[in-house]
Ligand binder design. Sequence first.
Ligand code: NAD
Ligand code: UGA
Length: 476
Amino acid sequence: MDKRQNNTLDEFHVAVVGAGYVGLVTGMCLAYIGHRVTLVDVNEERVATLERGEIPIYEPWLESFMAKSADRLRFTTELAPRAQDADVVFIAVDTPQGADGSADLSKIAAVARGIGRALSEANRVRPLVVVNKSTVPVGSGDYVSMLIRDGLEEDGGDAGGRFAAEAREREANFQVVSNPEFLREGSAVYDSLFPDRIVVGADSREALDIMRALYKPVIEQSFTTELDPRPKIAVPFVTTDLASAEMIKYAANAFLATKISFINEIANLCELVGADVGNVAYGIGLDQRIGPRFLNAGIGWGGSCFPKDVAALRAVAREYDYESVLLDATVAVNERQRKGVISKLQRDLHTLKGKRVALLGLSFKPNTDDLREAPSLEIARTLNSLGARVVGYDPVAGKAAARRLPSLKVVFDPYEAFRGAHAAVVVTEWDEFRELDLDRVASLMQKPSFLVDGRSVLDPREVVAAGIHYRSFGHV
Ligand code: NAD
Ligand code: UGA
């Protein structure tokens, strides 16, 4: 029997639409484990960059793994031919926050219609599996199916619709699957090759089997890699209905954001009562029901996903007239943490007018160049509005930050940021900040000098020994 028909294919033809953080990493990993992958993006410049063998984002390991998989990777701006001949199409376009907080699905919709139009001209022997990897609210799988059908029914010009009648007759021309992504920026390649779980939601058994076959090397950890030498443990392959898979993604991000807000609430209480949140986090984290991860108190969560995904889940709650008190509080605590930086500076410097403040770390977290919802930008804007001069340093995101916020003076040496500063704030915990020569830092800053360690990366005793006043979140 044809391997394509009994789902025992080893090598799938995959198209990944959207060559951003998720699409690029997903496409690269699928190629790395042996599939033929075409990355499709509307951004011509991005596609040209990729064709030259360059990587348009900063993500550790991506470049070397792309090089290893180059013979199985292609790049294009044209969706139609790929949708017609691929076994599986992943949708990995951005789903930004809309004006009312809900997820903006317009890019997903454009891709879904495009797939439908392409399918109307395709003469396929087996259904196309359309995998939604973008983060989308419950019901989006059905929405994508509807739009693909709309696309199928559209008159696509001279040649268009040639096979449309036939395609309409074969409703099973495509199957939509939800396969949410859990990778973290900064460790995206690792997370994709060694995920905690793979979640797939579908209404069709056949589509689930195809997804299991596609991910087989990851599920069985049977690919070779030098990235993680530990013994391989099979990755749980979780199959659900479409709605549950979509909800799993939002619930995971909302839970993690809530966990961080929880420890930040405790940190604020620690400051009041004279306890140390580091000790408290360690003490509660040893309880296996709680776990030690995501208990770093500080400036709070930002990034391209937690803020928009929590907002989208709250928007869903509003649709049902459900009061999402816990999620509302999660956001309120997070907003308070950023304001906390300003209050700490005001407590020491009093007026911020005419003061120079150094921001160390501008990306929303270390090991990425992503500035989406980066706390640094909001803190810089507020400081500017209060009359302070803000100087920022970041190992990779400096230039992009300067473009995003012209009032921010960006420097490319951390010590330059400290020069003449009345206060400094560690906003992002890049490793290199742990190695700062604090005596040199102190000699460059105004006296008295203050340092707000927003991520608890420095040893308070060493900072104080250098003659700098140390401020933090939740430490005695
Ligand atoms: P991104 O902005 O980095 O990339 C999106 C890409 O899609 C861009 O290159 C854009 O040009 C392209 N695109 C937009 N419309 C298109 C179209 N019609 N056809 C082809 N390409 C198109 O976004 P991202 O961070 O990769 O996120 C993608 C999705 O994955 C989002 O839903 C996000 O919530 C989710 N997600 C992101 C992460 C993360 O860490 N970034 C992790 C898990 C899930
Ligand atoms: C997060 C999730 O961890 C991923 O599983 C998910 O796939 C992704 O969102 C997504 O949906 O896009 P990411 O945003 O890349 O990944 O980064 P995280 O490591 O989760 O950090 C998010 C924010 O929380 C950062 O601003 C970080 O500084 C902050 N954080 C994290 C804390 O303040 N304390 C912590 O203990 C951990």
